[in-house]
Design a protein around this ligand. Structure first.
Ligand code: OOB
Length: 532
């Protein structure tokens, strides 16, 4: 599959010329890892049958070939899209590498996604099937998947297995997979990433983060998330010949134990998890001599939390400000404490272009806050099948509007100060306001709904829904509305934390023309009421 919005030829040529795009593909990455690190351990973790697995690169390569053969026998062909809806486990790697080996394109769903989301991914990507598990997190994934797609692979019944078929030989500028965006509109967007662009970000990230064959990386957040996958994540570790440890749960008990028992050197978490690990470590004072780096990203890591990480965990903090659309910023391992604690780092690549602009897209004076626009060798030029949205999500000259408010310090480090996009960042989990409003408005007793983010000590932000009933005499109960949203089959993190039924939006001077203005005014009002 080719990009619908390709990089302009002069940019592509420059990225190749500079050595960023090397022509490496996913099958090449695996083949190289098997050739160079065959006998080293690639992945360790508890499998779906609760058995501890430890696979070498050679094992993983063979498994990927058999999974590819098994998928082929089920009718999956090169170029087909397949939704991967799996929790963290060694099988996850066998499945994605099986798909890459076959030349099929994974569409990465989160384990927390539910029926309406997965149905949308299958329909929008025209996926031929879903790979999932029987049950996870008290939810019947496979049963749900069968309502959506005629082809469901339940890895709890065994990985697909078949005689190896030829290893795919995609072009490096082909789309390798579809990743999910946090979303700002009614429906999430799919992000097409190519072999060339993505693997450049992976290799460069592995470099910046100093990965070696001795790296032991704990995958605590969902493997499907861009952070865990590629910043430098499991792909970066595989590129370096290191070891990936899959954590069945991100909770501090599980993870601090795994860090100790598996000799983990590096882990990646969102701020609320970092806080939970720090709190547990401050209490238990575990001995974690192996841990060198804790990466924190996905949402803003406050300075206070940032300063506690080193002392509590005996590890260096690395802040990571990234996005599935592309651009990733890291504080460097040898940066002074001040930079590591107070900034979100700087871009991976010298070819990453960042602009900080005002509401007219004019660059703001150095050091001032503005909206971040970016363009570069691993940032997309358009979402998948979203022409209308692309017209506003990108500038005419191809910069992606990140929706983040930032300022740059003298060293070029980014400090994230806020957001202009219609999204709530609930501890790293992204909630598109409009998507949840649409779910609420589908309720027969709801006339209108508006969702805002309100400060939360643990999550950074949580969601507050204002709802106007059709009939004030028969206003729906908040608990019923929350259940209604959940029963529409959406991820639990999208269910509003609080629902407040009101007669009218308690806003003066804001018409119904701009939902953004409405949400901003509601958020202000909320703060004034002091109900945060
Ligand atoms: C990562 O990717 P996404 O696609 O789930 O979310 C991207 C958005 C950013 O635009 C920004 O709003 C927010 O998440 N964000 C941060 C942040 N890291 C991400 N906001 C403040 N400080 C940070 N450190 O979240 C993601 C992708 C790759 C690596 C790391 C995170």
């Amino acid at each position: 599959m080719k990009l619908e919005n390709p990089y302009p030829p002069e940019f592509a040529a420059a990225y190749r010329e500079a050595g960023y795009w090397t022509g490496q593909t996913f099958p090449d990455l695996l083949a190289t890892a098997v050739a160079e690190h065959g006998e080293r351990t690639a992945v360790v973790g508890t499998d779906r049958q609760k058995v501890r697995q430890s696979w070498t690169y050679a094992d993983l390569g063979q498994r990927a070939r058999r999974v590819a053969g098994g998928l082929h026998a089920l009718g999956v062909r090169p170029g087909d899209r397949v939704v991967v809806w799996l929790p963290n486990a060694p099988e996850y790697l066998a499945v994605i590498w099986g798909l890459f080996t076959l030349g099929a394109l994974p569409v990465f769903a989160l384990p927390a996604h539910r029926e309406s989301e997965v149905r949308y991914f299958v329909e929008h990507a025209e996926a031929v099937g879903i790979v999932t598990v029987t049950r996870h997190d008290r939810y019947d994934h496979a049963e749900t998947a069968r309502r959506i797609s005629p082809l469901v692979v339940d890895v709890d019944e065994g990985l697909p297995d078949g005689d190896p078929v030829p290893v795919a030989t995609p072009d490096a500028d082909d789309v390798a997979f579809l990743q999910l965006s946090g979303g700002t509109t009614g429906l999430p967007k799919l992000i097409p990433r190519t072999h060339d662009d993505y693997l450049y970000s992976v290799r460069a990230s592995a470099d910046i983060c100093g990965l070696t064959p001795d790296t032991v990386f704990l995958a605590a957040l969902p493997c499907a998330h861009n952070f865990t996958m590629s910043s430098p994540g499991l792909l970066g570790v595989m590129h370096a010949g290191g070891k990936v440890v899959t954590a069945p749960s991100p909770d501090p008990d599980t993870c601090l134990r795994l860090i100790g028992s598996e000799g983990v050197t590096m882990a990646a978490v969102v701020p609320p998890l970092a806080a939970a690990w720090v709190a547990a470590a401050e209490k238990q004072e575990p001995d974690l001599p192996s841990l060198q780096v804790l990466q924190v990203g996905g949402a803003k890591c406050g300075s206070e939390l940032a300063a506690r990480i080193g002392p509590a965990l005996g590890a260096r903090l690395q802040q990571v400000f990234g996005m599935a659309e592309g651009l990733v910023n890291y504080t460097r391992l040898d940066d002074p404490d001040d930079v590591v604690i107070h900034t979100q780092g700087r871009p991976i690549s010298p070819a990453d272009e960042v602009r900080v602009v005002d509401e007219h897209d004019r660059e703001v004076p150095a050091g001032e806050v503005g909206a971040l626009l970016t363009r570069g060798p691993y940032t997309i030029r358009g979402y998948y099948r979203a022409a209308e949205h692309n017209a506003t999500a990108f500038t005419d000259d191809g910069f992606y509007r990140t929706g983040d408010l930032v300022r740059l310090d003298e060293g070029g480090n980014v400090v994230v100060t806020g957001r202009v996009k219609e999204q709530i960042n609930r501890g790293g989990e992204k909630v598109a306001a409009e998507e949840v409003e649409n779910h609420l408005m589908a309720h027969p007793s709801v006339l209108d709904a508006a969702i805002v983010g309100v400060p939360d000590e643990y999550l950074g932000e949580r969601t507050h829904a204002y709802v106007i009933p059709r009939d004030p005499e028969e206003s729906p109960a908040p608990a019923d509305l929350r259940r209604f949203v959940r029963e529409r089959g959406v991820a639990a993190f999208k269910v509003p934390d609080r629902v407040e039924v009101v007669d009218a939006f308690p806003v003066t001077g804001v018409g119904k023309t701009s939902r953004r203005a409405l949400r901003a005014a509601l958020a202000d009002q909320h703060r004034e009421k002091g109900t945060a």
